[in-house]
Every structure is written in C-alpha cells, then in structure tokens.
Design a protein around this ligand. Structure first.
Ligand SMILES: O=C(O)CCC(=O)C(=O)O
Ligand SMILES: [Fe+2]
Length: 356
C-alpha cells in the first residue's frame, strides 16, 4: 500500500489597489470578517449644556477617528422617518425606466457629481466586472439651508421632472443632516483639541451633497465584482444610513471588516480632506460594499465638507517640530474638483488595480 500526499500550493493573493487620492493599499484576503468591529459611540452628550460632557464625547470620537476612521453613532437625535422616506423615494426612482433616469445622467455635468450614475458604470478597482450599483447624487442648495438660507446662490442640481415628492423628501433629509453635521463638526473640533467653534465659518456654506444608492443582490463572486469598489471619500466626513448589511471597512490589520448594522444608527467615516487637514491624525479609511444579503440594498450617504473657498491649512494641533505638514495647501474647492474629474474618468476606464 502506498499513500500519496497532494500539496495544494497556496497562491499569494496580495492585491494592490491604487486610489484616486494617490495612495495605494494592499490586502491579502478578499474574505471579510465580523471578528473586528467599528466602535459604537453614544453621541447624546453632544447636546449636553456642559462642556466637560461634550469634551468627553469628543475624546471618544478622537480615538475612533484616529484609529480606524469609522464609527457607528447612536442616540444622534435625527428623525429617522426622514431617512426612511428617502429610502422609499430611492426605491421609486431606481425602478424608473433607464431612459427616464438617463435624462438626468451625471455625464451632463463633468465637474459635479450630481445626477444619475448608471448601473455598472464604474470599476474603481479594475475588477473583472464593473461595480453593481446605480446612484443619484444631489448637491447642497443654499436656499434650503436650515440656518443660513440664501436663495440668491444658484443651485447646481439635476432633478428628475416626473417624481413630485422626490426633491422635497430628499431635501428634507438633507436639511436635517446639515443641522446635525454642523453640530458634529463642533465635536470634531473638540476632538482635535481646538475651540469648539473653530470650523463654524468653514461650514456656513458647506459642501453637503448626498446620494441614494441601489445595489441589486450580487450573483457574481466577490473576487470578480464589488457592489461599490474599494475607495476613500473625498470631503471631511460622511454619514451613512443603509437598509441592509454589506458595508466593509479595511482595518489597520489589513482585514476587511463586515460592518454589523445597528438599527437607528448612522455610520460616520472620515474622508480625505479631513485626513489632509489633520496631517493624517484622522484616518480616511478604505471601504467598499458587497451585497451578498440575497436582497436589494439601498443606502443614503451624506457627504459633508468645508466651504469650497476654505483653505485646507493644517490644524495647528496636528503639525509641529518633527511633524511637518505632509500635503500641499489648496482650497477645498480645488481638491473637490480635482477628485471629481479624476474619479469620473478613471473609475469609468477601470484602471485601479495595480496587480493581478
Ligand atoms: O452604500 C454604502 O453603504 C456606502 C457607499 C459609499 O461608500 C459611497 O457612496 O461613498
Ligand atoms: Fe464611500
């Protein structure tokens, strides 16, 4: 009798992706895990009249923003009925015939994200198949600002004409989120150990666009297709609500964390401009969506950024002797425009993957 042993050579599976912020990242395994989780933070103290309470909360946010750049926030005080109504509108909009959606296609606006992004349009990671999502983005409109309304500033948006409640519902949520994000910005100022009102002027005329996304249930393998490919967000921070699991975050250990949904919560993540302005003290973490839930997934990210005119000067507490500023100084508007143009072009071509 003889016995044979078969050795299966395990191929090294390191994947390297180039991001549109100029950085590259690698990961060994494309499988995701729930062993690690993003921190869950109760933010009710942001409404406390007591500065000590607010600072204690800010220090928790500081840790999360520094260590993983993602946090799940509960007790945020936002009326989630407004978010549910946006999810309902999303379902109705994406169910429209393609030609109706294409009437507001984002290709009509090369320098803005607003409008409809068709299904399987982008391939940011150069995967075999294009990303399995469609989206609709809309920009901040100063006329609807809850605190500083100014109807004289023109709106840059592409609204569909045949859905009477669509614009109203989307904007009602956005207006509430602007109010909330301004308060959260104050917590981030405290988190950086600078005065609470340090960013108030920069968010008087914010970048406060949002998007609805639809991810059909994915049939293809996660090695061939993403819902939305791995990327970092552009502005300061993003506040996401979603109706289904699927979001994955690349942890410092190089593993993909499957974010567990917490009912009524928001996921908040740091984006690239905040990373730059904090000289990398806050981390803008790579994330993606793969919808293996077996049902349709809808989500509503709200992208928050400082005024296009504001200069991305490093925060004084984030630079010093032996820690010089790493990034060229420019206005937020210059940075947003550069990223919009780059992403719309390179994600369409599908050139993100640096190795096979
Ligand atoms: O759908 C989600 O949960 C996240 C989407 C996202 O990361 C994005 O649109 O930037
Ligand atoms: Fe994102």
């Amino acid at each position: 009798m003889s016995s044979t042993t078969t050795t299966h050579e395990v191929e090294p599976r390191t994947t390297t992706i180039t991001l549109t912020n100029g950085k590259t990242f690698t990961f060994e395994s494309n499988v995701s895990t729930t062993d690690e989780q993003i921190p869950v933070i109760d933010v009710a103290r942001m409404y406390s009249p007591n500065l000590e309470d607010r600072q204690a909360l800010a220090d928790e946010i500081r840790e999360a923003a520094h260590n993983i750049g993602f946090l799940c926030i509960v007790n945020h005080g936002v009326d989630m009925n407004l978010a549910d109504q946006v999810l309902d509108q999303a379902k109705a909009f994406f169910a429209l015939p393609a030609e109706k959606k294409m009437q507001v296609c984002t290709e009509l606006m090369p320098d803005e994200y607003c409008g409809y992004h068709p299904m399987q349009h982008y391939n940011p990671n150069g995967w075999k198949q294009r990303d399995l999502y469609e989206a609709y983005n809309w920009n901040y409109n100063a006329a609807r600002d809850p605190e500083f309304p100014d109807p004289s500033i023109p709106e840059i948006n592409l609204w569909p004409t045949e859905m009477p409640d669509f614009q109203e519902r989307l904007c009602a949520y956005q207006t509430e989120m602007i109010r909330f994000a301004r308060r959260l910005t104050r917590m981030f100022a405290l988190a950086l150990h600078i005065p609470e009102d340090a960013f108030d002027d920069a968010v008087r005329r914010p970048e406060a666009g949002a998007r609805i996304l639809h991810y059909p249930r994915q049939e293809a393998s996660r090695d061939e297709q993403n819902g939305i490919g791995a990327h970092t967000d552009v502005e300061y921070f993003t506040i996401i609500t979603a109706d289904t699991e699927g979001l994955e975050v690349l942890s410092k250990s190089g593993r993909w964390i499957k974010v567990k949904p917490t009912p009524g919560s928001f996921v908040v993540n740091i984006a690239d401009c905040f990373m730059r302005q904090t000289n990398d003290f806050f981390v803008s973490t790579v994330h993606r969506v793969i919808n293996e839930s077996g049902r349709e997934r809808y989500s509503v990210p709200f992208f928050w950024g400082f005024d296009r005119q504001s200069v991305i000067n490093p925060i004084p507490t984030c630079v010093g002797d032996g820690n010089p500023n790493k990034y060229p100084v420019m206005t937020a508007g210059e940075y947003y425009l550069w990223r919009t143009r780059t992403q719309k072009k390179s994600w369409k071509i599908g050139e993100g993957k640096a190795n096979a």
